[in-house]
Design a protein around this ligand. Structure first.
Ligand code: SF4
Ligand code: SF4
Length: 449
């Protein structure tokens, strides 16, 4: 079978999937959890509990703060100790609900049994309501509320649901483990989303470096026999899991600048989101758990783990369970080495989209920066067809209108340009700031319309 891939740019960093054979382990509960109100794209959630309230696991703690927002639930049973600002992993203050953990009693109506439920609900409004009420958001990085993404605007329709099982970032293995350990649940989740989208075909895309996952998911798709679901092997190439790159690879359609996947008939969801949809719809279980990888190039194999965590657990608590921060770690990253964010505060709480604690050693320190030698490698590597060297120059010149004209807003922050640059120029760091500025200008202009 042909292996699918995207048309332009991309790079081939080493896999480094060091934790791929580590089965998912369940973490013990900490004494306290800190549940953030800002763990999804859009408006922060608004607390509906008060200090002193007793809560059960799965109980609603906060309601959506706007149309693009999501419910937040308690990951444990206990007592609300405080509600107030606390620093997130980047060091920014966000409202958190602090809970003294007093056990693991779950709210009524949540099915925690391992029994697989394969019969799909008939009513799509019921399905969307369950996804919304259980706080499901995209777990591939963007944390966009899933019920909104599964509701195409009037005049738009989905031609294809793409399930992203690429996990193309080096080191990360949480998606791989759930593909192996929750295979059937992911396929049922896909069938649920397919139904909500009107029965369009569904392609589950998995990179070629995960043959066991491809085999397991193909067997599950055949066994469960929902119509219109197939597995496609994707070529190993970064950023194969980017939304626009997946659409290009699977549907051979291009999302225009400023456009959305649904404009070309595509809806892309991550495999972890599919598992969360399954649990929300078939088990009425809110999104309060996820899987996170502890890995890196400076820790021993026995200290690599894939952990099933509850949202609100401090990262420092999870790091301690795996033996603490290793000597020799010079960088701590949440997410992958290409698109992840530096951890400025290890006491930050995990959120729905947490995917890793990545420790990188001395060898990943950036080399001495030199002048641009105009080799063009950054432009060759850019999967969005941008000219990173030019964007960097325009940012240095403070020319926002030229940055917009050269489509800095289309940058997907994949880091291919920076990775490819022989002069060690921090292209992504500069382009990220330029993009933030231009996006602010575009939003302000649209608000005036
Ligand atoms: S970070 Fe942006 S500019 Fe650089 S390669 Fe990726 S999409 Fe292109
Ligand atoms: S890769 Fe680096 S050195 Fe080469 S053109 Fe781009 S910015 Fe210049």
């Amino acid at each position: 079978m042909a292996k699918l891939t995207f048309s332009i740019g991309g790079i081939h960093p080493a896999d480094s999937k060091l934790a791929k054979d580590c089965k998912i382990e369940v973490l013990p509960l900490p004494d306290k959890v800190y549940v953030s109100m800002a763990q999804h794209l859009g408006a922060p959630a608004k607390p509906v509990v008060a200090v002193g309230d007793s809560v059960k696991a799965g109980q609603i703690l906060a309601e959506p703060g706007g149309f693009i927002s999501a419910y937040v639930h308690s990951p444990v049973s206990g007592t609300v100790k405080s509600i107030g600002p606390r620093k997130d992993l980047a060091g920014f203050n966000q409202t958190h609900i602090e809970i003294d953990v007093q056990g693991d009693e779950w709210a009524e109506g949540i099915d925690l049994s391992p029994e697989l439920v394969t019969a799909l609900p008939e009513d799509t409004a019921f399905i969307l309501d369950r996804i919304k009420m259980n706080g499901v958001v995209g777990l591939g990085g963007a944390t966009f509320p899933t019920h909104v993404k599964l509701s195409p605007p009037p005049g738009k329709k989905a031609d294809c649901l793409i399930l992203n099982g690429a996990e193309c970032e080096p080191f990360l293995t949480s998606d791989y483990r759930i593909l192996l350990e929750s295979t059937d649940e992911i396929v049922v989740g896909a069938a649920i989303m397919q139904k909500v989208l009107g029965g369009c075909p569904c392609v589950i895309g998995i990179e070629e470096n995960k043959p066991e996952a491809i085999k397991a998911v193909k067997a599950s798709v055949a066994r469960l026999a929902y119509p219109g679901i197939r597995v496609e092997t994707l070529r190993k190439r970064y950023p194969q899991g980017g939304e626009k790159q997946l659409i290009d690879a699977v549907m051979h359609r291009q999302v225009r600048s400023g456009g959305l996947p649904i404009d070309v008939g595509a809806v892309v969801q991550n495999v972890a989101t599919s598992l969360a949809v399954y649990e929300a719809v078939q088990k009425n279980k809110p999104l309060v758990t996820n899987v996170l990888t502890i890995t890196g190039d400076c820790i021993a194999p026995e200290r690599q783990h894939n952990y099933f965590f509850r949202i609100g657990m401090p990262l420092s608590f999870i790091a301690e369970q795996a033996g603490g921060v290793p000597e020799g770690a010079v960088k701590l990253i949440s997410g992958g080495p290409m698109m992840g964010k530096a951890i400025a505060n290890l006491d930050a709480a995990t959120v729905k989209g947490s995917s890793s604690i990545l420790y990188l050693g001395e060898s990943t320190r950036r080399g001495q920066q030199g002048p641009c030698i105009r080799c063009g490698r950054c432009a060759d590597a850019c999967p969005m067809g941008l000219e990173p060297f030019l964007l960097k120059r325009l940012w240095a010149a403070g020319d926002a209108s030229a940055l917009e004209a050269n489509a800095v807003q289309d940058c997907i922050e994949c880091g291919c340009c920076q990775y490819s640059c022989p002069a060690n120029i921090p292209l992504l760091d500069n382009i990220r700031m330029a993009k933030a500025q231009v996006m602010g200008i575009i939003r302000a202009r649209n608000a005036k319309k």
